[in-house]
Ligand binder design. Structure first.
Ligand code: NAD
Length: 306
């Protein structure tokens, strides 16, 4: 086991990595692995995604199975749990023994645990490592990786994850990364909706956005949703509110994560009424056409604009 860790960690400067799912997140993440000197073979079902990754130096394989041949590490960055289970089911028997599978997609905890079990059956190390930081963080190599899995899998993954992110947190065993990510994003969805409501209320009560920001950002109502991502235009120049609510983190993805949090809550009997309400608000925003906008655009719906 220890030898296995050392061989992956020691070879981290030139590890052979397979990257499956080269979309908005996976594409730039794979590009950062190439830039760090790794040999990266990738595959996506989309020819556009493959072409963009090839430009960044990823060797495009003809299939997922082709991409993982000889790989020390396999990273998947796919839309949902069913895609990850199908991909790992296909790849696990073909990857060399002792290799490491990392799933960085945001998926349900149950699918994640099933994927880990599948990897174990084939003698593979595995880590769930969903990310926070969005497309900007993926491009800049500043993602936070929120990890679940055994200690040896985490130790083996760290040198690879460090090439794509700035913070790497080990939350516990199989599925713990997904659990922590869902809890975080449930807080984010609820605080963003509450923050947006307060800024609309403040406007209607005659406050300027800046005055309310100056108070909230230094008072007990403070959160990331105000200080780093204020949904009202003005006080935070880099926030999507100053860029026509271009994502950023799309409302459709926030709705996805809130739904996952509610499925998880039901599965363990946790009461999450605020999370449930946030999920309903984002469902409304999405059905009103806001799914492609940044999730802070929920303020536009509250203003009656969408
Ligand atoms: P995306 O739709 O841009 O990329 C997913 C890619 O997977 C697509 O290109 C698709 O063609 C490919 N794909 C699907 N099935 C495949 C298969 N069997 N083999 C190979 N390729 C396959 O999505 P994204 O924005 O890159 O998100 C990926 C994951 O990251 C999702 O789980 C998402 O929830 C999560 N995430 C996204 C963001 C964000 O801001 N975009 C932020 C954090 C987490």
């Amino acid at each position: 086991m220890v030898g296995r860790i050392e061989s992956l960690g020691g070879a981290a400067t030139m590890t052979h990595i397979a990257f499956i799912g080269l979309g908005n997140m996976g594409g730039p993440m794979a590009a950062n692995l190439v830039a760090a000197g790794h040999r990266v073979q990738g595959f996506d079902l989309s020819t556009t995604a493959n072409a963009a990754a090839a430009k960044a130096g990823v060797t495009i394989a003809t299939s997922g199975a082709d991409a993982v041949a000889g790989a020390d590490v396999v990273v998947t960055m796919l839309p949902a749990g069913r895609h990850v289970q199908a991909a790992w089911g296909d790849l696990a028997p073909r990857v060399k023994k002792g290799a490491l599978l990392i799933d960085s997609s945001t998926i349900d905890v149950d699918s994640s645990r099933k994927a880990h079990a599948l990897a174990a059956q084939h003698g593979l190390l595995s880590l769930d490592a969903p990310v926070s930081g969005g497309v900007g963080g993926a491009a800049a190599g500043t993602l936070t990786f929120i990890c679940g899995g055994a200690d040896d899998a985490f130790a083996a993954a760290r040198p690879v994850l460090e090439k794509m992110g700035k913070r790497i947190v080990h939350c516990g065993g199989a599925g713990a990364g997904q659990a922590a990510k869902l809890c975080n994003n449930m807080i984010l969805g609820a605080t963003m909706a509450a923050t947006a409501e307060a800024f609309v209320l403040g406007e209607k009560l005659g406050l300027t956005t800046q005055a309310l920001f100056d108070v909230v950002s230094t008072s007990s109502g403070q959160s990331w949703s105000t200080t780093s991502y204020c949904p009202a235009p003005g006080p935070v120049p880099a926030a999507p509110s100053n860029n026509g609510y271009k994502p950023g983190f799309a409302s459709a993805l926030m709705l996805k994560d809130l739904k996952l949090s509610q499925e998880a809550a039901i599965s363990v009997g946790a009461a999450t009424p605020m999370g449930a309400l946030a999920a309903q608000l984002y469902a409304l925003h999405n059905s009103a056409g806001g799914g492609g906008m940044d999730f802070s655009a929920i303020i536009e719906m509250l203003r009656g604009k969408s």
